[in-house]
Design a protein around this ligand. Sequence first.
Ligand code: HMG
Ligand code: MG
Length: 294
Amino acid sequence: MPERLLSHLPSRVTIYEVGPRDGLQNEVTPIPTDEKLTFANALADAGLTWIETTSFVNPKAVPQLADAGDVMRRLDRRPGVRYPVLVPNERGMERALETGIDAIALFAAASEAFSQANIRATIDESFDRFLPVIALAKQHDVWVRGYVSTAFHCPYSGPVDVVAAVAVAERLFEIGCGEVAIADTIGIATPTDTDAFLDAALARLPAERLALHLHDTNGLALANVMVGLDAGITIFDGSAGGLGGCPFAPGAPGNLATEALVTLLDGLGIETGVNADAVRSAAARIRQVIDNSS
Ligand code: HMG
Ligand code: MG
């Protein structure tokens, strides 16, 4: 790597794949459970070791992932691959535990308006809901990630105060999250926004346990990844094929494509263990399934 180009970049980065969960949750036409399992297997074959597989939310809120129990019961868990699932409350955790999960992701928001729209609760209420979930996670030795949604911008109330977003991340660590993902839910953060957030966050939070979860509405996600790398972030979320969006966040069309992320990191000489072409093939197949279902 040319020395001039950020010589302090990390030598290895972890990619946390969210395609089967964030990528599919917004698709309206039902995708067969078998195809979801094939997708997860193809992503594991591509070298991804973190695959957020589904979501134990209210199935009426996200019908596409109503088969979460079946998906997790039938999943062919590959050695060395973790398959976290999204959990909003104790009910979701109980459902998830019945399927033998060993990793979950909780999600809080930095904006009250988005919290209400997404989970029908204030930010404080969402933390009240997390407490029994964390207790169960400890009891069952389950790894926990936390998300800070709308860390930069809320689709309902506009720009989000950096201090408020950092405070939510801090609270997630305090209740026991092992990792916290900072989410640009509607994908409009600029590199300057990311830099300002990380500047404030890294004064209080451990860089090695922070992830960036970037939607890519304006095509700036990879530029934000560069800012993250420069600040010492080594965990980045991607969604194969750039699939994704949140049904409760208007204007969030897609996530950062995993294959583009891998291509950038390959080009920088940063190891990921992921094969970009294999991710492209997995994405092409699920895209065909989606197109054929609609
Ligand atoms: P609520 O309506 O406030 O909860 O939902 P409730 O306790 O009043 O229950 C209402 C009904 O839901 C009841 O059923 C419950 O049993 C049921 P009913 O009596 O009507 O038949 N229920 C459940 N059923 C199954 N599993 C559960 C569950 N909980 C309640 N876990 C809740 C609160 C959060 C559950 C609901 O609002 C919900 O599911 N929202 C969906 C939120 C969601 O999935 N959003 C998308 C994911 S987040 C995201 O994409 C952002 C992220 O990618 C980061 C970023 O980009 O920002 C992570
Ligand atoms: Mg998301």
